[in-house]
Design a binder for this molecule. Structure first.
Ligand code: CU
Length: 167
């Protein structure tokens, strides 16, 4: 009798686990952080640029802007923490120097950090003004997540895009 009771308990626990797992999985259409919910594009508003960050893309409303003070409105519409680093460089944004863990080596002399919005959480917005000289830039997320299963570099995963500052 005791054995049967244990088996029944084990079976009930399994069901509870499956239900809990199902409840956690999948997305929701009315999730406010759904990247598809906010279209981008259109002309730049008075020196302002919208940047949407999610796994694993960094999506900008415009890809160039005139030199001067530029406001970057960064929105984390993903499910992970992200940051935004504005790097002035002549290198291909897809081919920046990285360490073994995929962290972009911003100390490399070919890179110059022109601005940074520090790491912020999903669902949040961060705005900052930066004065940018004419040149070519890479906008990147330089977060590296460390887990038991390994490291995940957001840059390597694809969170990078070219940006041009014109005269
Ligand atoms: Cu990121």
């Amino acid at each position: 009798m005791r054995t049967r009771w244990l088996l029944l308990t084990a079976a009930l626990l399994s069901v509870a686990l499956v239900v809990a797992t199902a409840a956690c999985g999948g997305g929701s259409d009315d999730d406010p952080a759904d990247p598809a919910a906010t279209p981008t594009g259109g002309p730049m508003r008075d020196g302002e640029i919208d940047v949407r960050l999610f796994e694993w893309t960094l999506d900008v409303s415009v890809t160039s802007a005139p030199a001067g003070t530029i406001t970057f409105n960064a929105r984390n519409v993903g499910g992970a923490n992200h940051d935004l680093v504005i790097v002035r460089t002549d290198l291909d944004p897809n081919d920046l120097p990285v360490g073994e863990d995929g962290y972009v080596d911003v100390a490399d002399p070919r890179l110059e950090v022109a601005g940074k919005i520090d790491v912020f959480e999903p669902g949040l917005n961060r705005s900052a003004e930066f004065t940018l000289e004419p040149g070519t830039y890479a906008l990147i997320c330089n977060i590296v997540d460390v887990a038991e299963t390994g490291t995940t570099s957001h840059y390597v995963q694809g969170m990078r895009t070219a940006f041009q500052v014109t005269e």
